[in-house]
Design a protein around this ligand. Structure first.
Ligand code: SF4
Length: 496
């Protein structure tokens, strides 16, 4: 009779234990999403699996074991807990492979949590309970296990996302520190100490211990442009490209030609466009490509990446017009999905980048190298500004850098006009002409921008005109479909 009563008590406590266990694991479920943000969906899903794994183990395993083995040694909750831990570890094992580059993973996390959980119960029982009260000891294990498990579950779920974000994430866009969160998207590496604080770009901000882009999907402009306007002269020449812009910039160029959007936030309640909506629209209109342009697109990293991936699935070409101020990990991820890019190389001395753009030169050079290495079609642009970067020595340094990657990379030398906080006189056409001549000594394709020059593309071998241009009108009569010169058959650097 006594043993039946005890079994009832045991069943009751098992039910209580399971109930608390479910609560313990459900309550912290949204915490990783809130802390890590949607940019880290694989990690968040990992945490969800982790929690669901625990729930499954508690509901099915604990209760089932108590029911199946009632009255035997295996119904003792401490043993059940240990066996449950083993099962749980097996369940989290796939996550270990998912995150195999990190020796510590959910596998070790779950192990640590489980050991701490059960050792805590054991120590409490040994210190607080008479040793000969075996059944009560079992009940105590069950009940205290649930309470300690709850505390463990909540603490783990609060701590682990931060720990993982800091040390173990594959490609983190930010790092969580004790006193601040550091954005790792661009080389500004902003340290955001307060909730709701913006980085120097004025776009990305700290929210719920994550760094997010609250303006994701807000467009400043959309229009059809000739591809030559990007400028891209060797990428589907003569085609039109659907072009969209954003707000904000990672740089603070005092001479910015697009400051009305690059140095401002979007208006309140602006409409948000989802990547899929946009791609559906492009498909419906029968358009062949999209350019992320007008302001700095890399600030909208997640949105542009998602859109570019959708475009690739739908055979739509993508173009990035960028200042190249992006850290290497993010650059590799994004550029892997991009077909063509025009990258600014504003000058070739650090002083220019620091004094006039609040930035550094080296990361831009690194970005260009990565783009070339990843076989993105690239063309480079320099805005030549009176008395700031207009010496032929500067031109020589830039063209040496480009030629070392490949003399085939098209180079656009653009004429400056006073704008934003800069009122130096416009660059003379003579200066642009001398730059073009200087650059042509080392590069095959050099063009003047914002000037009335002959900007035809000639075959790098026989000088036959491949593509002739008059403003944005192009005639590509000298170029074969395969990108070869129709006269001598030489291959030239074209994507078409
Ligand atoms: S993207 Fe913005 S917040 Fe992030 S480091 Fe660059 S400037 Fe700072």
């Amino acid at each position: 009779m006594e043993s039946v009563t005890n079994q009832h008590k045991l069943a009751f406590f098992a039910a209580v234990s399971a109930f608390i266990g479910v609560i313990e694991n459900f309550i912290p479920l949204p915490i990783p999403f809130l802390r890590l943000g949607l940019a880290n969906i694989p990690i968040c899903l990992g945490f969800s699996l982790f929690n669901f794994g625990q729930i499954t183990y508690i509901v099915f395993f604990k209760v089932l074991m108590i029911h199946l083995f009632r009255g035997t040694l295996f119904s003792y909750p401490f043993l059940i807990a240990l066996m449950g831990n083993a099962l749980f570890l097996l369940m989290t094992f796939p996550l270990y492979f998912l995150f195999k580059k990190r020796w510590i993973s959910f596998f070790s996390i779950s192990l640590t949590g489980a050991i701490a959980h059960n050792l805590g119960q054991l120590l409490l029982a040994l210190f607080l309970l008479p040793q000969n009260v075996v059944f009560n000891l079992s009940l105590f294990f069950l009940f205290s296990g649930s309470i300690m498990g709850s505390i463990n579950g909540i603490i783990c779920n609060i701590l682990y996302p931060g720990v993982i974000a800091r040390f173990f994430m594959e490609n983190p866009l930010y790092q969580v520190h004790r006193d601040y969160i550091q954005c790792r998207l661009c080389p500004n590496f902003c340290k955001l100490k307060e909730e709701h604080q913006f980085g120097v770009c004025g776009v990305r901000k700290r929210e719920n211990d994550c760094i997010v882009n609250p303006f994701s999907g807000i467009l400043s402009a959309e229009s059809m442009d000739p591809i030559e306007k990007k400028p891209l002269y060797h990428f589907y020449p003569g085609s039109q490209i659907f072009s969209i812009g954003f707000y904000g910039c990672t740089l603070k160029c005092k001479f910015c030609q697009n400051h009305s959007i690059s140095q401002h936030k979007p208006p309140p309640h602006a409409e948000v466009t989802q990547p899929k909506e946009l791609v559906d629209y492009i498909k419906k209109q029968g358009l062949k490509g999209i350019a992320f342009t007008y302001s700095e697109p890399t600030l909208y990293f997640e949105w542009v990446l998602e859109t570019a991936r959708l475009c690739r699935k739908n055979d739509i070409k993508t173009v990035l017009v960028t200042n190249g101020y992006l850290n290497p990990e993010a650059a590799r991820t994004l550029l892997a999905e991009i077909d063509g890019a025009n990258i600014d190389l504003k000058a070739f001395h650090e002083d220019f980048y620091q004094r006039l753009c609040s930035a550094r030169l080296e990361p831009v050079k690194e970005f260009i190298k990565i783009a070339w290495e990843l076989k993105v079609h690239i063309e480079l642009t320099t805005l030549v500004i009176t008395r700031e970067n207009d010496s032929l020595e500067e031109c020589g340094q830039i063209t040496n850098f480009i030629a070392a990657l490949s003399p085939d990379i098209p180079y656009h030398i653009s004429r400056y006009h006073p704008s934003y906080q800069f009122n130096a006189p416009p660059t003379s056409e003579k200066t642009i002409k001398s730059w073009v001549l200087e650059a042509q000594k080392k590069l095959h394709y050099v063009y003047g921008g914002n000037v009335a020059f002959d900007n035809d593309t000639k075959c790098k071998k026989c000088q036959h005109i491949l593509v002739s241009r008059s403003f944005y009108q192009t005639d590509r009569g000298g170029l074969s479909k395969e990108g070869r010169c129709k006269k001598c058959g030489s291959e030239n650097y074209f994507k078409q």
